[in-house]
Design a protein. Structure first.
Length: 235
């Protein structure tokens, strides 16, 4: 038995378990804890690939297992969170949120066969999308002051389905060598947004604002990448 090959797959399986727990917690209305397990899954998702490279134990099965785990943690879990969050307000129309799970699966399948995505992404990465929706679902219903705001979230979920599979380049930390300025600018913006949200949480004593910091950072990430996409390229 090759222990080196087992370790990365075990970490990936931990990611899948975190996603499964998040789905269950979403059905119980425990959105903050569901988001915590999504974040735990994202942590494990980062280290499974890292451990495979460090141990020199990549495998085709590991690649497929990683995508399956990601679709649970970053596809089904946020979709179920949004569905359960909006169902008291919209009834079964909230089921439109579940489309996000299908489009996340499509995005992950495309990633596995797309040779252009080794150093950056084409389309929004599923962990980023999951963090965005996880933070939103942690906010109290009082934040949805009007009925149309719940419908706006459904509309926004359809936009995220598009962004997951759009032919729009998104930088990643792997592209630090070629897009160092963009990555540093993104991180600086994240520090400011997180500091504000955490301070707001401490002042108001509502942990939901701290959770919302992830959503704010993803909004900044998407906005920055869209701006870079429309800017004229340097020759």
């Amino acid at each position: 038995m090759n222990i080196k090959r087992i370790i990365p797959d075990a970490i990936t399986s931990g990611n899948l378990i975190c996603g499964s727990i998040a789905v269950f917690l979403a059905t119980q209305g425990a959105f903050i804890w569901a988001f915590v397990f999504v974040l735990a899954g994202a942590f494990l998702d980062f280290f499974d690939g890292l451990s495979a490279r460090l141990l020199k134990a990549p495998s085709p099965i590991g690649v497929q297992l990683d995508s399956l785990a990601d679709d649970i943690t970053f596809g089904l879990a946020p979709a179920m969170m949004l569905f359960c969050y909006l169902r008291p307000l919209l009834g079964w129309w909230a089921g439109l949120a579940l489309l996000m799970a299908a489009f996340s699966a499509l995005r992950l399948a495309k990633f596995n066969v797309d040779e252009r995505q080794h150093a950056s992404f084409i389309g929004l990465a599923t962990p980023a999308n999951a963090i965005f929706w996880g933070g939103i679902c942690c906010m109290p219903y009082a934040m949805l002051a009007f009925d149309w705001m719940a419908w706006a979230l459904i509309g926004l979920s359809l936009v995220s389905c598009y962004l997951l599979n759009a032919e729009i380049p998104f930088f990643s930390f792997k592209s630090l060598k070629t897009q160092k300025t963009e990555v540093i600018l993104f991180l600086c913006g994240c520090l400011i947004l997180m500091a504000y949200c955490i301070a707001k949480a401490l002042i108001t004593k509502h942990i939901e604002f701290a959770m919302f910091s992830g959503t704010a950072c993803i909004v900044w990430y998407v906005a920055l990448n869209l701006l870079l996409a429309v800017m004229p390229k340097k020759k």
